[in-house]
Design a protein around this ligand. Structure first.
Ligand code: PEP
Ligand code: MN
Length: 298
């Protein structure tokens, strides 16, 4: 990795930004990437940890089964939202957050599968409840610049993953991350999840994966940079190629949506892969990771 000094910042990032606007997030000359451990898993080292699971924690059986399957395939963390930023306000028995029930089911899955948990927190009043089960609190794209909320999340003292808002620059994203570090919370993971762009290749695509932001972010920050190809592509057949490309681009962690019955997923059924496909993606990611001096599997 080329050592980037503060005088060589990115297009919209000045030397003054690095020195005065996000000095804690900025990569210091000669300073390596952050390395920290969450639930016994090291971030920022050779291993590229994987977060896998459904979009939503739909029911106990689904989440426990999925936890066991993704753990067996080599994932270290189960993902899934009990609290969800759903785009439309109307609910049905299927399209409905499972909230406190979902958190309880995540706790069962954690215990039965022996896997870490990453799950989204949406509101300040639920931070403590979510933090009881989560090893990593996920701050969703839509909350990336909810500054009082960022401060409250950071003060929970849990590792955090900050998803990039689909309309925000790297500079905005790092500014948001600084709100977390300034509270003394150093276990922060960034996550690229697709940006809004005019050319998205399919009618159903809303976002375009910004893989360039992986090396761009790593030039200026020491924080690990994850990629979520599921939300970025919104299209199952593109998840594997973009997951492989993310590893090749230097991603420090990967988030993939996995569901036992993808086409019947309660939320975003176009994007999850099934257990068999996930197992295959894990092996192929490991091959690519080893070509770039990293690893996915033990
Ligand atoms: C998610 O990971 O479930 C999610 C809602 O992601 P994003 O905030 O990136 O849309
Ligand atoms: Mn989603």
């Amino acid at each position: 990795m080329v050592a980037i000094e503060n005088k060589s910042p990115g297009k919209d990032i000045s030397a003054d930004d690095l020195a005065t606007k996000f000095p804690l997030v900025a990569r210091k000359t000669g300073r390596q990437k952050s390395r920290f451990t969450v639930a016994g898993v090291e971030f920022g080292g050779d291993l590229v940890p994987v977060f896998a699971g459904p979009n939503m924690v739909e029911n106990e059986q689904l989440i426990v089964t999925t936890a066991k399957a993704v753990k067996k395939a080599g994932a270290q963390f189960l993902r899934g939202g009990a609290f969800k930023p759903l785009t439309f306000p109307y609910r049905s028995p299927k399209y409905n957050e499972t909230r406190e029930d979902g958190l309880r089911w995540l706790a069962v899955a954690k215990k039965e599968a022996g896997i870490g948990i990453i799950t989204e927190v949406m509101e300040e009043r639920f931070i403590d409840k979510v933090a009881e089960v989560a090893d990593i609190l996920q701050i969703g794209s839509r909350n990336m610049q909810n500054f009082p909320f960022l401060t409250a999340c950071a003060r929970a003292g849990k590792p955090l993953m900050l998803k990039r808002h689909f309309g925000c620059s790297l500079r905005d994203w790092l500014g948001a991350a600084e709100y977390l570090l300034v509270e003394g919370n150093e276990k922060v993971i960034l996550c690229e999840r697709g940006v809004v762009a005019p050319h998205t290749h399919r009618d159903s695509s809303r976002f375009l994966i910004d893989l360039q932001v992986v090396p761009a972010a790593q030039e200026v920050t020491h924080l690990p940079v994850a990629v979520d190809p599921s939300h970025a592509t919104f299209w199952r057949p593109w998840v594997a190629p973009m997951a492989l490309a993310s590893i090749a681009a230097g991603a420090d962690a990967i988030m993939i949506e996995v569901h036992p019955d993808p086409t019947n997923a309660a939320v975003d059924p176009l994007q999850p892969v099934d257990f068999e496909a996930f197992d295959d993606i894990m092996r192929r990611m490991d091959t690519v990771a080893r070509a770039v001096g990293r690893r996915i599997l033990a």
